[in-house]
Ligand binder design. Structure first.
Ligand code: ATP
Length: 370
């Protein structure tokens, strides 16, 4: 895989680890990443395009970076790798960084990056995600291969669509045919009726205490690190969330309206407590299985999210995994009902910086970077 050959150890051996700077693209979940880095005593660097973006951060002095790198285009980051390394930068990746740079550039960007970049090829394909999650014991929504077999509500997802844009619901083949864009690559999934919960987990391979993940396959019999639940959110999606207010799906169709799933924000959620063991079992399975994925080497490191639906039979379906910090964690910038139990007020952003700080103290930075 593209990321395998990166000389991370060489880069890090040139670093002054007492002067690490946490770098992040100023978007997505950067406020909590910058704020958390500062709380853990790191210098911070924000990367953005245009002055307007930078100005917004002056509204949040607790997160406003110590230093800015202002570019004309995010792809210029590729040319600034040496500049960033000279400043002992560790980049914290998020969905916007990967999107702005493009997955291929991200995998070869010559700057030490928190977490495991090699997992991207597994995360970036629906088929591979399925292999990964199912091998970790998660149940996913059924896939319908032939549109003629649609025999109940389905959701049609386009490849590369982000934030649910363009997805649609169909009840039968006629519905499907009327809405589908055959030019695009698509997947048809059973529409799972239930309540959505997006779990923001954190996997830290260094500690030997807490909820230890049991390895599988080549790591069977080993405890491989600590799994934590940072927070849970639910996405606000326009217009599906409010659709019911206008009448039945049939009435809406008569008005020429179709539900859409465009993410506009997030709200915090808590789970019925008796379901938490199952949530941890799924998180543990996803981590343990990630260590066995071909080319993914160290597997999952740091924040990740399982996107789930719980049915009225109290069964989970996992429809997606994100292998890095998700914007849903922004609901818990000041802590969550789960993270607060262990340490009041800690965000996922601060948890990332804490992981880096502890790894520096233990001289194990290479275990958490790629
Ligand atoms: P991202 O990559 O930003 O997480 P995406 O574009 O890959 O998002 P999904 O997360 O797969 O999209 O789905 C978007 C939304 O569609 C979900 O938040 C959920 O509301 C709905 N959804 C997805 N899959 C299903 C399903 N099988 N059944 C019911 N609803 C679903």
């Amino acid at each position: 895989m593209a990321g395998d050959a990166l000389p991370v150890a060489e880069w890090v051996s040139d670093y002054d680890v007492s002067q690490i700077t946490i770098g992040v693209v100023a978007s997505h979940s950067s406020l909590q990443i910058l704020h958390g880095a500062r709380q853990e005593g790191f210098r911070t660097l924000g990367i953005c395009v245009g002055e307007e973006r930078r100005k917004m951060y002056s509204a949040f002095p607790g997160a406003d970076p110590d230093e800015w790198l202002i570019l004309d285009d995010y792809k210029q980051m590729m040319d600034y790798a040496e500049y960033l390394r000279e400043r002992n930068v560790i980049l914290i990746p998020h969905g916007s960084l990967v999107e702005y740079l493009g997955p291929k550039n991200f995998q070869i960007l010559s700057v030490p990056t928190f977490g495991n970049r090699n997992i991207l090829e597994w995360e970036g394909s629906r088929e591979r995600q399925r292999l990964w999650l199912e091998s970790g014991g998660c149940t996913m929504p059924r896939v319908i291969e032939d549109p003629k077999d649609i025999d109940g509500p389905v959701i049609v997802k386009y490849a590369g669509a982000k934030g649910g844009r363009g997805y649609f619901v169909a009840r039968d083949f006629r519905d499907f045919r009327r809405n589908v864009d055959l030019e695009e690559e698509f997947t048809i999934q059973e529409y799972v009726l239930g309540t959505r919960y997006y779990f923001q987990f954190f996997f830290d391979p260094l500690p030997e205490d807490g909820y230890q993940v049991d390895g599988m396959g080549s790591k069977k019999g080993q405890k491989i690190g600590r799994l934590e639940l940072m927070s849970i959110d639910r996405r606000d999606e326009a217009n599906v969330d409010e659709f019911y207010k206008l009448g039945s799906l049939r009435d809406l169709r008569d008005m020429g309206l179709e539900p859409s799933f465009v993410v506009t924000g997030n709200t915090p959620a808590v789970l019925r407590e008796s379901l938490l063991p199952e949530a941890f079992r799924m998180g543990e399975g996803a981590v343990a299985a990630s260590m066995e994925l071909e080319g993914a080497e160290q597997g999952m490191i740091g924040p990740f999210c399982l996107e789930t639906i719980v049915t009225d039979k109290l069964e989970f379906r996992v429809f997606e995994v994100s292998a890095r910090i998700v914007a849903g964690s922004n609901v818990a910038v000041g802590g969550s009902p789960y993270s607060d139990i262990n340490e009041p007020g800690i965000s996922t952003g601060q948890r990332v910086a804490r992981c880096i700080r502890k790894a520096i103290e233990k001289d194990r930075l290479l275990d958490i970077l790629s």
